[in-house]
Design a protein around this ligand. Structure first.
Ligand SMILES: Cc1ncc(COP(=O)(O)O)c(C=O)c1O
Length: 455
C-alpha cells in the first residue's frame, strides 16, 4: 500500500473554536496608542471602524473563541482544507526531509483570506452594518471580502493598489462578479487619495495609501465600517483554523513538524499555520522552528525598525508597535502584491522580539524559481506570495540533504496563482528582475517615523 498523499478531515472535524495565542504568551504585546494622547486606545476609539464583537476579539486573552455556526456553515464549502505530502517535490530535491503543505488555495477566492472575510462579514452584518470599505494589495483580500459580502448581503467597496489594479484586471472582474465596487488607489474619491494624486498623477499606490482611503471612507458614513485582511489580532485569530486543522492532519500522518513556514505580508496566513503549533510549544509541548518569510524588496521583519508607527500612509490609524519600514515607504512594484506592506502584525513582531520565531527574506526571482519547481512536481501553481514560503521550504529540505538529517517541514500554501499568470510569463521569459528598494527612500521614510522614543 503506497503511503498516503492527501490527509483529509471530514466536515465534522471542522474546528469549533479559533485559537487565541494571547492566552499562552509569556507577555502581551505593547498596546496600540491613540496618536493624539499617546495613551492606550480603548474600544470606543475603534468603534467607528469595527463592530463590537471584533473589537472584543482584538483584546481578548481567552484561549478559545467560538466560531459562530453561520461562519462554520460557510467554511464547510471548502474546509477542512486538505494537507498534502509533497512526495514528488521531495523526490526532485533528493532530500530525506518530509515536506507537507496545507492547501488554502481551495477556497472560492483562491487563498486563506476568506477565513477572516467570512467571519468579518458575519459580525458586521450582525451589528447592522450595510457597507464595508476595504483595501486590497494583490486582489486576494478584496475578492475574499467581495465573496463574503455577497453571502452576507453587504455592499463592498474595494480600494485596490494601482499597480495591482493594472497588473491583474481579472481579479477586479472577480470582485465585480461577486458584486463589489473596485477602484484603483490612490483614487479621487477620498481626501488622502487626492493628496497622493496631486503629488504624482501616476502614483503606483501602496497598501498604506489604500488603507487610508478605506478608513477615511468608513469614517464618512454611519452605515459603513472598515475591514482589514491582515495585521490585526482578530484577523490572525480567524486564520488559526488553518493550523488547528493541520495539527490533526499531521497526527493522521503520524508526524510532527520540526519546521513550520509561512510567507508574511501583514502576517495572517503565517499566524494561521504557526500559532496553534507555537501555542502547544508554549504550553510545554514539542519545540518547532517557526519561520516567517518576506520579500527582500519589502523586508519589514528582517530590516525594519521595531517601533510605534501608523498602519497607513495618511496617519489615520492608531499607532501600533511593529517592525516597520516607515508608513511613508512605498515598496517597488514587485509581483507578490500581498507582501507589499510597510509594517507587520504587532503580534508577529512581538514574537520576533521574544525570539519565538525566525524571519528570512527572499528575492522574487528565487521565489518564482521555487514556485515553478513546485508546479512542475506537485502540479499546483502557487500565488507569488506563497512562492516565498516554498523557496524557504525547499532550502530547508536541501539543508537536510546536505546535513544528512531527515526533518519534517510544514508550510502553508496560502493561495493559488491562477490570476498571476502574467507574473509567471514574465519570469519564464526572463523579464522578471529583482528590484531592490530605494535605500534613500527607506531612510527618508524611517526619518518620518513618529517621535515616540519615550514609549
Ligand atoms: C496568497 C496570499 N498569500 C499571502 C498573503 C500575505 O498576507 P498575510 O501575510 O496577511 O497572509 C496574501 C495577501 O494578499 C495573499 O494573497
Amino acid at each position: 500500500m503506497p503511503s498516503p498523499v492527501r490527509f483529509l478531515l471530514d466536515e465534522s472535524r471542522l474546528p469549533k473554536h479559533w485559537y487565541n495565542l494571547a492566552a499562552d504568551l509569556p507577555q502581551l504585546p505593547p498596546p496600540p496608542l491613540h496618536p493624539g494622547t499617546l495613551q492606550p486606545i480603548g474600544p470606543a476609539d475603534l468603534a467607528p471602524l469595527f463592530p463590537t464583537a471584533l473589537i472584543l476579539q482584538e483584546v481578548s486573552t481567552e484561549r478559545e473563541i467560538e466560531i459562530p455556526e453561520p461562519v462554520r456553515d460557510v467554511y464547510r464549502q471548502w474546509r477542512p482544507s486538505p494537507l498534502f505530502r509533497a512526495r514528488r517535490l521531495e523526490q526532485a530535491l533528493d532530500t530525506p526531509a518530509h515536506i507537507y503543505y496545507k492547501h488554502e488555495g481551495v477556497s472560492p477566492a483562491g487563498s486563506h483570506k476568506p477565513n477572516t472575510a467570512v467571519a468579518q462579514a458575519f459580525y458586521n452584518r450582525e451589528a447592522g452594518v450595510r457597507r464595508i470599505a476595504t483595501e486590497t494589495g494583490a486582489g486576494q483580500w478584496g475578492s475574499s471580502m467581495a465573496f463574503a459580502g455577497a453571502l452576507f448581503d453587504l455592499e463592498v467597496q474595494v480600494f485596490m493598489v494601482r499597480v495591482s489594479y493594472e497588473q491583474k484586471p481579472y481579479r477586479r472582474a472577480l470582485m465585480e462578479t461577486w458584486g463589489a465596487r473596485c477602484l484603483p488607489s490612490p483614487s479621487d474619491e477620498t481626501r488622502s487619495g487626492r493628496a497622493m494624486l496631486a503629488k504624482d498623477p501616476h502614483h503606483p499606490g501602496s497598501r498604506g495609501i489604500a488603507i487610508s482611503e478605506a478608513v477615511e471612507m468608513a469614517g464618512l458614513r454611519e452605515d459603513t465600517k472598515y475591514a482589514l485582511g491582515s495585521v490585526l489580532n482578530h484577523v490572525l485569530l480567524h486564520q488559526t483554523v488553518i493550523g488547528l486543522e493541520a495539527m490533526e492532519q499531521m497526527q493522521m500522518a503520524g508526524e510532527y513538524p520540526d519546521v513550520v513556514i509561512g510567507c508574511a505580508g501583514g502576517g495572517s496566513n503565517f499566524a494561521g499555520i504557526a500559532f496553534p503549533f507555537l501555542g502547544a510549544q508554549l504550553r510545554g509541548g514539542r519545540r518547532t522552528t517557526i519561520v516567517a518569510v518576506e520579500p527582500a524588496a519589502c523586508p519589514s521583519l528582517t530590516r525594519g525598525r521595531y517601533t510605534y508607527d501608523f498602519g497607513d500612509t495618511a496617519r489615520l490609524t492608531p499607532l501600533v508597535k511593529m517592525h516597520t519600514l516607515g508608513s511613508a515607504f512605498v515598496p517597488p512594484g514587485f509581483h507578490a502584491g500581498g507582501l507589499r506592506y510597510h509594517g507587520m502584525s504587532p503580534l508577529v513582531s512581538h514574537l520576533r522580539e521574544l525570539g519565538l520565531i525566525e524571519a528570512r527574506a527572499y528575492e522574487q526571482t528565487r521565489s518564482f524559481e521555487a514556485g515553478v519547481q513546485f508546479a512542475r512536481t506537485e502540479g499546483i501553481v502557487p500565488a507569488p506570495e506563497t512562492n516565498h514560503a516554498i523557496a524557504c521550504a525547499i532550502d530547508e529540505a536541501i539543508r537536510c540533504r546536505e546535513e544528512g538529517t531527515s526533518r519534517v517541514i510544514l508550510f502553508n500554501l496560502s493561495g493559488h496563482g491562477h490570476f498571476d499568470m502574467q507574473a509567471y510569463s514574465d519570469f519564464l521569459s526572463g523579464r522578471l528582475i529583482d528590484e531592490d528598494f530605494d535605500a534613500d527612500a527607506l531612510e527618508r521614510a524611517l526619518a518620518q517615523l513618529p517621535a515616540l522614543n519615550a514609549v
